[in-house]
Structure formats: C-alpha cells, structure tokens
Design a binder for this molecule. Sequence first.
Ligand code: GLV
Ligand code: MN
Ligand code: MN
Length: 417
Amino acid sequence: MREDARDAALRVDEQRLWQRHAEMAKIGAIPGNGVNRAALSKEDIVARKLLLSWAAKRNFTIGVDAIGNLFIRRAGTDADAAPIMTGSHMDTQPRGGRFDGIYGVLAGFEALEAMDEAGIKTRRPIEVVAWTNEEGGRFAPCTMGSMVFTGARPLADVLDVTDNEGVILKDALAQTLAATPEAKQREFKSPAAGYIEVHIEQGPLLENAQKTIGVVTGIQGLRWFNIEVSGKTDHAGTTPLALRKDAVRDSIAIINALTELTHDPADVTRFTVGRMLVTPNSPNSVASHVLFSVDIRHPDPQTIAKLGAAVEPLARKAAKFCEVKVTPTLHDDPCVFNADVAGEIETATRELDLPYMRLSSGASHDANYMSRVCPTAMIFVPCEKGVSHNEAENATPGDLAAGARVLTAALIQLANK
Ligand code: GLV
Ligand code: MN
Ligand code: MN
C-alpha cells in the first residue's frame, strides 16, 4: 500500500464519524433508538441538507441527477479522468436502525475529509454518492436510484409508483429536488472507474467469527413481485361462503403455496411477504382487494430463476375465488464482484492489520447495479447480533472507523491507477 494511503486511512476520525451517525439518527428518530426516514420524505430532505452543509465546508462539488441521487466530488489531478465512486443510501426502513445505508455515506464522506487532512492528491476524482430510495420501503422497488442511474430501467418506469398513502413518486421527487437547488444537474450513466460500498453486514457472520472486516464477494439473487387479488366486498355476518369472493382467503392460499415452493431444509432460500394492503380493511366486511409483496432470494442463478418463474402460475392456481394479477417489480440476478477491487480491499485490510474474512451478501445493495457498469466490491463491518431492519440495529464506533479506514486506503489505491 502507498504510504500516503496509509497516512490518510489513519486520519479517519472515529469520534467525528460516530458523532455524525448520532446527528443523522435524530432525523426521523423513533422509539427504541431507531430511525424512520423514508425515501423522498421531509426527513430525507433534512438529511440531504445536513450532508450538503458538511460538504459546503470543504472544497467539494455537489451534483444531483433526475432521480435525486446526490454526488459529492473531491477533485483529482486529472480533470478528465472518470471518478472512483463510493457511497450508499440515507433512506431507512419504516422501523429501521441508525446504520443501514447511512454508514456507507458517512464513511465515504469521512474518507474524503481524511484525504483532505492528509493533504493527499489523487489522479482520479473521488465521489461520494447518496443513492435515492435504496430501501424500497415506501416506493417499490428497492435500489431504485442506482437502477435508474446505471440505465437498468428508465426514469419514466418508476415515476408513477405510489406509496401506501397514494402519494405519487414524481411529486415527492419534485419536492426533494427543489430542496437542494445548490446541487448541479448531472446526467445518468456518467462514467465511473470503480465503486466501493461500505455497509454493516446485517447478519451474524463477522461477529461470530470475531472479524472486523468483511471483504464482500457478491450479492445473492432477488425477485420482487406485487400480487393483487381482486374479489368482492360483502357483509361478514350474512354472506354464505359459497357466494363470497374473499380476497384475504385467496391471498392466504397463495402465500401458503409460495411457502411450500420456497421450503428449503438447508435454509438458504429466503421468502418474505412484508407488505399487505387490504381493502376495505374492516373487520365485518369481506375483503374485496388485497395487494401484497413477494420477496424471494437465493445465491444460485438457476435456483432463483426457477423460483421466480414459478410465482405467477402458482399464484393463479392457488386462488379459488378471485382475479389474480402478478406484477414483477424487481429482477436481480446474483452478482459477483470484481476480483481486483476486492483484492485492493483485502490488501488494505491486511496492511492495516485488521482481522477479516471473505463473505457474500444476503442483503441487496446499490453495489449490485454499479457492478454492471464498473469494477465494484463491498466492505462489511459487524453489527450487533446481526440485527438489521430493526430499531435495535447497532455497531461499534471502532468497527465503523475500521471500515472507513479500509475504504480510504482502497479508494486512494484505485484513484491512482
Ligand atoms: C435491502 O435493504 C434489502 O432488502 O436487502
Ligand atoms: Mn442498506
Ligand atoms: Mn436496508
């Protein structure tokens, strides 16, 4: 590792990084130490402004694209060179924690500050990106910002998505964009020479193995669907079963069929129904309509393809009384990260004397989309008992700083290639 990379890595300020997590955690704070900062909400806007206020104190330039991805750039010596990018997201789950996403943004920003303080120059610019709507908890699907940035789906495809209250994404996006007029407009698909995302592991492997750093080798495959079941509302006390078109009853049958489909004694397959909207949602009315989400994951490309293809026919067969509409909303094949970028991360980890292991990600990340357009890998740090998407999510200041140090060194190495 270059001497200047080590010097900058050691300037990562554990206290400053921790303090910034605490400040961000106040925005959308919920009981139990958690955070509810939905994408494109007023809390998201406050977090964006806070991040940009920190950037304004440095000589960094600020950009934003039409889906609201924010970019903070530290200049390189070669003005024409494509940047090395790093970052993650600032939105959270409705009952999320203080680290999922925001850590990758704050660690990236800490890396830029450490480089400034070490007086480092890099050939390529380095950019921190805060991706819009990684979680998909309010507007489906997840990883929306990176999906649109990389051209995997056009912006027009997602503008009409609505949240549970009927708010249309394009309106929430317009409000969010209007709140940061100082950011320069930037095109989608701007070139990147590499991408590293830092994140808490969101699982127990690092903690159990007593390792500080995870060198992440890839992300498992993921399929999302919306299933809409349409029947007829009726009186709960008077309508005989034979005359009902009960959307809840059929939804339960579909979910049972999918549970059987995804049954896996090895516990590798993941199947979740996490969102359910029932209409009219009244105890004494038969439900006329149910919309629910399906999330299925598996690391093997053939297996996830087979499971994904089985969803619609199985849902149609399981429903006995109602109309069924199945809409795929996300199709992510498993991704394998770039060996050279993972190698730089591993080298930096070793040279900073940190215990590490290689592992694959069970959770999805914007790095999946970035890996399709530039050499990409990820760094994980442990989180307490592997708990995530939960208010109790926790990580130590020392581990967060260690991840930021590895990131700083690896970014400098890549930005000088
Ligand atoms: C991201 O939050 C995911 O669902 O894996
Ligand atoms: Mn995340
Ligand atoms: Mn998440």
